[in-house]
Design a protein around this ligand. Sequence first.
Ligand code: ATP
Length: 479
Amino acid sequence: MATDNNRFQAIISHCKEYGFIFQSSEIYDGLSAVYDYGQWGSELKKNIRDYWWKSMTQMHENIVGIDAAIFMHPTTWKASGHVDNFSDPMIDNKDSKKRYRVDHLIEAKADELELAGKKAEADALLAEMDKLLVANDYDGLKKLIEDNKIKCAVSGTGNWTEIRQFNLMFSTQLGSVSEEASEIYLRPETAQGIFVNFLNVQKTGRMKIPFGIAQTGKAFRNEIVARQFVFRMREFEQMEMQFFVRPGTQKEWYEYWKEERMKWHLSLGIPKEKYRFHDHAKLAFYADAACDIEYNFPIGFKEVEGIHSRTDYDLSKHQEYSKKKMQYFDSEINQNYIPYVIETSIGLDRTVLMVLSEAYTEEDLSTAEKQDSRVVLKIPPKLAPIKLAVLPLVKKDGLPEIAREIMDDCKAHFRCFYEEKDTIGKRYRRMDAIGTPFCITIDKQTKEDGTVTIRYRDTMQQDRIPATQIRELVQKYIV
Ligand code: ATP
C-alpha cells in the first residue's frame, strides 16, 4: 500500500495525465499555486458547483443566489476589516530569503515529530502555538521556533527575522491614467459581495427573515505557503451562503447549518469517519461561534468548509462606512434590527480535491494466469465528468451507426462520450481512469435483438439490456 504522500503524488499525476488539472501556463514553467482545469476537471468542477447551487437554492425556498463582481469599491475592504486585519504572521529566513507563515512552519515541525513517533511532543507544540497565536504573542512564537530548532527547508538554517504581519490581498489599479487611477483589490472572499447587496436582494426579492443569499465565484489570496496542489491556491473559487436571522436565534441556526452542511457532505457518498468538525480555538472578536468541516485528505485532516456565526458585524460595518441603513423591519415582532448572520463557506477547488482523493482507487486484478491492475476514479455518478461511454465493439458491420443512434438519444440529456478506436478492454480502462460510471458496448447481437452490454465501472459487472432502456437507466443514477 502506498504511503499517503505517495498517494497524494499519484493523484496529482493522475489529474495531469487524464486532463483534470494542469499547472497554469505550464509551457512557461508554471505559475506557483495557480492551476488550470482541463477537459474533465472543468466538467467535474462544474458538476460540483451545480450540485451545491441546487442544494442551497432550489432545495431551500428561502435562499436565493447572486453573482457579484470580483472588483468592489475599495471602501468595502476597509469596512470588512480586510485592509487592516487580513494578514497572517510571517517570518523570513535571512539566508534563503524565503518567507513562511508562522503557523505553517510550526505545523510542519509537528508533522515531522508525529512521523517520528513523537505524537505527545507534536501535540504539545501545537497546543503551545495555539496559545501564543490567540495571545498575538510574536516574541513567544519566535522563541518557540528557536527552541524547537525549526530550520528553513531551503537554507537549512535557523537564522530568522522578527515575525511580521503580511496582508494577503492582491491589489491593482482601476483607470488608465496613473494619476487618476485608484487602488482596488481582487476580492479575497465572495462574502462581501453578498453583504453589500443585502438590501437590494431583501427589497427586490421581498425576502423575509430568516433567508439566505448564496454565491459562487473566484477569490484571490497571496498565499505564502503554496505547495499543496489545489488545496491552497492564489486564485481559487468559493461557494458561500450568508443566512440572515433574527438576533438571539443565531445559536439554533448555527447548529442547523452545521448539520445541514454535514448532510450535504455525506450525500457525496463519502463515509462519516472521513469527516470531523473542528471548533475554532481563536474566534474573531465579532464571531460568537465558528467551526470547520475537515476531510481526511491523503495529507491528513484539513479544512474544506467553514461555518461561522458572524453576529451583525459585517452589516453594521457597512452601515457605518456607507451611511446606508442596513436594517430589516421584522413585522412579526414589530421591530427594526440589523440581522445576524450565519455563514457557510466552502472552497470549490478543495471539494474537487476531496472528491478525487476519495474516488482514486488502485485495484489489483491479477489472476493465476496473468498480472493485471487498474486505476479507477469512483466518482459519484451525479458528479462524474462523463456519464456514459458509447462503444461499438468494431468499426464496421453497421455497429458505429447503431452507436450513433444511441448517442443521439442520450447526448442532449447528459454528457456522453463516443469512441471506436482500440480494443474494448483499453477503452474500458480509459473510462475507468476518468470515472465514467457506465459503458455501453454495441456488438453483433445488438443487430439481432436490440440489446447492448452495459458495464458498471465500480464492479466491472456486465449485463445485457435493451438499447431502449439505456437513457432511463443512466438518468436514474445521476439525479
Ligand atoms: P485556511 O486556514 O486553510 O487558509 P481559511 O480559514 O482562511 O482557510 P476561509 O477564509 O474560511 O478559509 O475560506 C473558506 C473556504 O475557502 C475554506 O474552507 C477553503 O475551502 C477555501 N479556501 C480558502 N483559502 C483557499 C486557498 N488559498 N485555496 C483554495 N481554497 C481556499
